[in-house]
Design a protein around this ligand. Structure first.
Ligand code: GLN
Length: 479
């Protein structure tokens, strides 16, 4: 096999080939390492997917079920002795003394740390243009964004620079970049994967998950991630093992199509691909049922109070005292805090800290934070009533295909609208997957499928049936 053949293998296929002895884990790692290192060396002339690339394969774990298959890891996962900067200047050069549970579980199962992937600073963004380490380019069209905040992970997998990668999703940051890059992205049920060692953005929403070439890989990666972790009090024991999906049909499945997330604001080409997927679903035996998610249009407003509120509190720890950047020219302690935060945080992070601090301030707390929490409850109730009637809810993942670099940077509200279809599921804590469902003007479109909490096995089966019927060819994204 030549190294370009390696790149055509999914992670599951590579693991199977290694287990069968027809592929060497060392050669596979080196093939990807060279590709990733070349992208890193090219900086912003390349795709700029990585903030760090391994010098060599880590020793000694290729025997696990993941067989030494290389892994891209979003920068915000703490990895012992490896730069973990959450896309921010304030953590530049930070080498954590410990490894995040999600990463530790995957490496314990045999996956090999290949690289840390570029991301929006502290996972705040939808285009990867908020990274302190430069924007990432979309491999389908280098003048366009890969989506965000897990843009480096998504672009690396789409381009064949990593077989699969870890991301995090707070309001859409796995699903939306997966959609824009033509790959699969799964946000699991909140709490099913430990957040220990993930540099926090909004703790009641943050969740780790896979970005992969196909649905089987997403299942395989997730199966090694879920577990209760005593070091994350919000983590839960997943009620059953995650299985690799095999379904080819959707007989007896009812798919709910929410009017609120499938009409106004969604680009025509995206809607066409979405509607074609609904027709496919009917051919596969599914029933399509219009439903209402009456409070979903308020999800973004609630999210942009709740997430900044939590972020303003989580980011208070970056003060120049314990880790990362420290301003050197300060006159006293307060001046040191202020200058460090001034120099270390980018504009979007500062905007969120100000929004969140304001929303939590005395006298405004109930008007903003309290009200947003009530909207969140209403949204969760809407989903619960919908799932009494339908098995899954389907929507486009993002309202548009990948947009041009710079197109939305001067308009934060236009940028926030990217997450219109993904934020409701985040607020409700339910799992949702994005799979490629076609092209619009030559660029990938994502189909989002959401299910009730802990329905991942059924969700992956449904996604697998769709995937087989759609037959999306991701190769144009490879570099
Ligand atoms: N784009 C959204 C934001 O900027 C979601 C980010 C995420 O899921 N981490 O908050």
């Amino acid at each position: 096999m030549s190294s370009s053949d390696f790149v055509d293998l999914t992670a599951s296929q590579a693991a199977a080939a290694i287990a069968a002895g027809s592929l060497s884990a060392g050669e596979l790692f080196e093939a990807y390492r060279e590709r990733a290192a070349a992208d890193r060396a090219a900086g912003e002339d390349g795709l700029n997917c990585f903030t760090w690339v391994a010098d060599q394969a880590p020793s000694g774990n290729a025997e696990g079920p993941l067989g030494g298959v290389p892994l891209g890891v979003k920068d915000l996962f703490c990895t012992e002795g490896v730069p973990s900067q959450s896309g921010s200047r304030i953590l530049e050069g930070y080498l954590p003394p410990y490894t995040a549970t999600a990463v530790a579980r995957l490496t314990a199962a045999g996956s090999a740390l290949l690289a840390k992937t570029n991301q929006d600073e502290f996972a705040m963004g939808s285009s990867n243009e908020n990274s302190a380490y430069g924007p990432v380019r979309n491999p389908w069209d280098r003048t366009r964004v890969p989506g965000g905040s897990s843009g480096g992970s998504a672009a690396a997998v789409a381009a064949g620079l990593a077989p699969w990668a870890l991301g995090t999703d707070t309001g859409g940051s796995i699903r939306q970049p997966a959609a824009l890059c033509g790959i699969v992205g799964l946000k699991p049920t909140y709490g099913s994967v430990s957040r220990y060692g993930m540099i926090a953005f909004a703790s009641s929403l943050d969740q780790a998950g896979p970005l992969t070439r196909d649905v089987a890989d997403a299942a395989l990666m997730l199966s090694h991630m879920v577990a209760r972790d005593p070091r994350d009090a919000t983590s839960l024991q997943f009620p059953h093992a995650i299985e690799v999906p095999t379904a080819e049909r959707l007989d007896g499945i009812t798919l709910g199509v929410p009017e609120e997330l499938t009409g106004e604001g969604i680009e025509a080409g995206v809607l066409d691909a979405f509607n074609a997927s609904l027709a496919r679903a009917q051919e596969l035996g599914a029933n399509i049922q219009p439903i209402r998610l009456a409070h979903a249009p308020h999800a973004l407003s609630a999210y942009y109070v709740l997430a900044p509120a939590e972020a303003s509190s989580n980011l208070a720890r970056f003060d120049g005292v314990r880790y990362g950047l420290r301003a050197s020219d300060a006159t006293d302690l307060l001046d040191m805090y202020t200058r460090t935060r001034h120099d270390g945080f980018g504009p979007e992070v500062k905007r969120r800290i100000m929004l969140g601090t304001y929303a939590l301030s005395s006298g405004y707390y109930d008007a903003y934070y309290g009200r947003a929490q009530r909207v969140r409850t209403k949204i969760a109730e809407d989903f619960a009533s919908a799932f009494a009637e339908v098995d899954f809810i389907v929507t486009p993942t993002a309202p548009t295909v990948a947009f041009k670099l710079g197109e939305k940077t001067s308009d934060p509200l236009a940028m926030y609208l990217n997450d219109f279809c993904t934020v409701p599921m985040s607020l409700a804590g339910i799992p949702a997957i994005s799979i490629p469902c076609g092209l619009s003007a030559g660029l990938p479109v994502g189909l989002q499928i959401a299910g009730p909490a802990f329905s991942e096995n059924k969700l992956l089966d449904a996604a697998h049936a769709f995937e087989s019927a759609i037959g999306f060819d991701g190769a144009p994204g490879r570099v």
